[in-house]
Write a protein that binds this ligand. Sequence first.
Ligand SMILES: [Zn+2]
Length: 500
Amino acid sequence: MELTFYGGANEIGGNKIIIQEKDTNIFLDFGISYKKSNEFFEFPLLQPSNIDDLLKTRLIPDLEGLYSYHNYKAEYNKEGPVKIIKKSEDRKYDALLLSHAHMDHYGYIGLLREDIPIYLSEISNKIIELYSRAGRNDFHVKLRHLLFEKLKKNSELQIGDLTVKRYDVDHSILGSSAYFIQGKSSIAYTGDLRLHGKRNYLTEEFLKLIEKEDVEYLLCEGTRLGLSNTEDEKSVEEKALNSESEVKEKCFEIIESEEDLIIYDASQADLDRIEILCEVAKKTGRKLLIDSKKAFLLLYMNDENILVEDLPKIENFSILLGRSKLGTNTKLCKEITEDCPGFYLETFKTGRRYHEKEMLNSDSFVGENFIWGPNLRKEVLSNPNEYIIYTSNGPLLLLHCTRYKESFSGTYIYGKAEPFTEEMEFTFNRLLKWLELYNLKLEYAHTSGHCFPNDIKKAIEMINPKNLIPIHTEHPEEFKKITPKGIKILEPVLYQKLNL
Ligand SMILES: [Zn+2]
């Protein structure tokens, strides 16, 4: 058995790990390394636009029989493209096991061949599908051709020479998985997980089951290890609370003593956090407004069958639509702007796209479910103590919520701290400028999606592997402090094979 790391070694995120035994090759995750990507690219003007751009910057490995576009080459003449030449390459990879729907774990799957099955939980599959319906359509996450295979909790599957088992674990996104892979040797893969979240019982159950297995190698995430060594993360990470119930308590305290508006800013896919804010809104007698992408994820998670029992429903909140320009070619716009062509007019329904269009066209919601446009926003801002706005993009919300010379006051609660999530494109410093512009008070109410060092220690002790391989951490050396003496630590090196 061999392991090769094309990401996730000595870095947080970007997991791309191959397990090989005889003729069987399985990938664990296929995510974006934001840190490496930001070394070469910058949003939005300097972005990769095809697989070549990712290969030449070594953001993805150059491997035969893995990518769908590897089979084609374009030919050009002086006038332009002429034809596509097809070569045929055999598939070399048997499967991909996906841990969860965060971009640093799945962001490049759109590049894979259509005949490589992607195994994942039903909820992860749903989240990825909803993201795609909400307009996340970069070439590297295009999903149309992909073969998704949903794996039930604790179910077993034979892939070539390897047996694979999937477990549910708790993380800051629903549907997260850990895996156990058995061949000549055996490997447990934690994915991202925690023991202090709302669904910590899932991680506990996983530990109880994997404890009974003979784990030779444990691929263990260590996101939070050694964090206080890095100055940047210290400020936000040190303010992180110990549990989701502490987040609830703190939000309640802040909101109860605030007489103006509350804006709560949390990572997009963390649906459990919305539930907390729903409860706090109810208790403090405020109405909750949720930005449209978050609301879409929440409301459509259960659209064919119930995947998650206890999610808030539309009765508990209103949907805050983004500011959207009425198209200049529409009849209405032409009529109104006759004397002032180009004038910025907002639209309610006409011309909305993706998830907003889907929700506006749905029979499940009525006009009153939506807050849009200058009038309704002004009504909210003139009764600030009646509302909580829940967003995952604070600067964009602040840009959209007022017109010139309109203002409001209140508290902005920052509820995310995870490094390397997709939302990190909006840097914290930029957010501070926006808060300064509106003179908003800043508070923190967040807990991490990843295990505290003591919980990682507990997990390692329970699993009791023969060898530990640190992944998803910038401080693999920190594992020495928490790993029992008899367990050997093997630090992975990028692009190097580890013979098991
Ligand atoms: Zn994650």
